[in-house]
Every structure is written in C-alpha cells, then in structure tokens.
Design a protein around this ligand. Structure first.
Ligand SMILES: [Mg+2]
Length: 250
C-alpha cells in the first residue's frame, strides 16, 4: 500500500525512482494499492493524474482514498444515510457509491474533505447540522497542504474549526488512523501479514503502519528525513533513499 504525494510524485511531477519501482513491481506482478489521504480526486481522476505524468497501466480500482474510507466506515457502523458534505468530486462519488443521500438540512453526518471552493456559508451550514446533532466525520486530519506555491490550509484545519464551534471531536479516518487501513484491507481482501505500507511521512504513513501492526517502509523522497525517526520516536521497519531501493529488500 503506497502513499502518493512525496512518494510517487511531487504535485504533478513524477519521481523517477518511483517510476522505475512501478515498472519492476508490474513486471513481478506485485499487487499495489495507492492509499491516500487526498479526498478530492475520484479513483478515475487519481489514475489519470498519474498516467498524465508518465506512469503506465494504472487502474482506477488501485486507489483507496480517505473519502472512500469515510463512506465505507460510516456505512459499516450506522444505518443512517443523510449526509451533508464539504468536499470535492472524490468525496461526493464515494458517498453516492455507498448509498448516502446528500442533503442541506437534517443531516445525520457532516463529511468534511478538502474543498478548495468552499465558502463561509458552507462552513456555517455544516456547523448548523452539527449543532442539531449530526456527527462530524473529517476524512483526514492533515493540517497543512503543500503545493508548488507554498503552504495551504489543509483539511484537518477546517475540521478543527468545525470541532471548535460545535464542541465535537471528529471521527478519525485518514492516515495515521488505523480505520483507513482496516477499510483498505476489507476493500482488497489482503491480510495484514502480506502488506507493506510505504510512504514519505512518519506522522501519517509510518505511524499508520505502527498503530495497525503492519510493516512499514519510509522513503526519503518527501517530507520526513532520516533524523526525524529519532526525534519523533516513530520507527519504520525499513528506510530507503528512493522507491527503487525497495527491491534490495523485497
Ligand atoms: Mg506523502
């Protein structure tokens, strides 16, 4: 199970060592699932995004997002299906696929994924649902989002805002929560013992592995540096400079 940004690409730019890794993994028929906290893209959009930058033979069903995990998990634990949502197409599709009804009033749940066009009115409407008893479900808790221009407000910060006004604590879905990993295991039918979780972020990807008792590999092409392991005390099973180095151990 492989992270995307910082692991397979930087924004829209392919990471060549990850490209080499994918070609070799495909040659060896290794099953791959891209496990991402990004709730905005649909599976099809996520596949197209990677093909556009140069990856070959990537299938939509190889992506499992925090939006899908939010919809799957709430469907699993509740019979209620009235959802108010802040989010983009990825979250909308995930909710509709699981039979949720998207509503503007009397919602049972408020789903919050990154929405770059959301307004004050949308946030207030979300708050109103929460105030009347709806349950807050943030897809992921990443407070900062990096882009080519610099830092941006991450979905986790919006979720925090809604937690502050409503007095609720959001359900935890995305990495490092083990919820997304358990959901991804149900989605694939794989068992924990046969999975390696790979990513560039100790606080999300690797901590998710540690908390879920799944082996993890830190790749040093993104956010976390080798010295951060000691600083944070979050210990991956394997550390590699780049993705292709994984074949020295796989
Ligand atoms: Mg990453």
């Amino acid at each position: 199970m492989i992270d995307l940004d910082g692991t397979m690409y930087h924004g829209t730019k392919i990471i060549e060592s990850a490209h080499d890794f994918m070609k070799e993994a495909q040659r060896r028929n290794i099953d791959i699932l891209f496990l991402t906290n990004n709730a905005s893209r649909t599976q099809k959009q996520a596949a197209e995004h990677m093909m556009k930058m140069g990856y070959e033979n990537i299938r939509p069903e190889q992506f499992y997002t925090s939006a899908m995990a939010a919809a799957d998990e709430v469907k699993r634990i509740s019979e209620k299906r009235r959802a108010y949502m802040i989010g983009e197409l990825g979250l909308k599709e995930a909710l509709l696929n699981q039979g949720f009804e998207l509503v503007d009033c009397d919602a049972d749940f408020v789903f919050v994924g990154l929405d770059r066009n959301a307004t004050y009115r949308d946030y207030s409407l979300a708050f109103r649902q929460l105030h009347q008893g709806a349950v807050l479900v943030g897809t992921n808790s990443d407070t900062v989002l990096l882009s080519e221009e610099g830092v941006n407000v991450g979905n986790g910060s919006i979720v925090h805002m809604l937690e502050t006004c409503s007095g609720q604590t959001s359900m935890q879905i995305g990495k490092p929560s083990s919820v997304i990993l358990e959901c991804a295991l149900r989605y694939t039918g794989w068992s924990k013992e046969e999975v390696l979780i790979i990513g560039d972020n100790l606080h999300t990807d690797i901590l998710c592995g540690v908390q879920s008792q799944v082996k993890s590999a830190l790749v040093l092409t993104g956010i976390s540096k080798r010295e951060d392991i000691e600083k944070t005390g979050i210990q991956p099973d394997v550390v590699v400079e780049s993705m292709i180095d994984l074949f020295k151990i796989l």
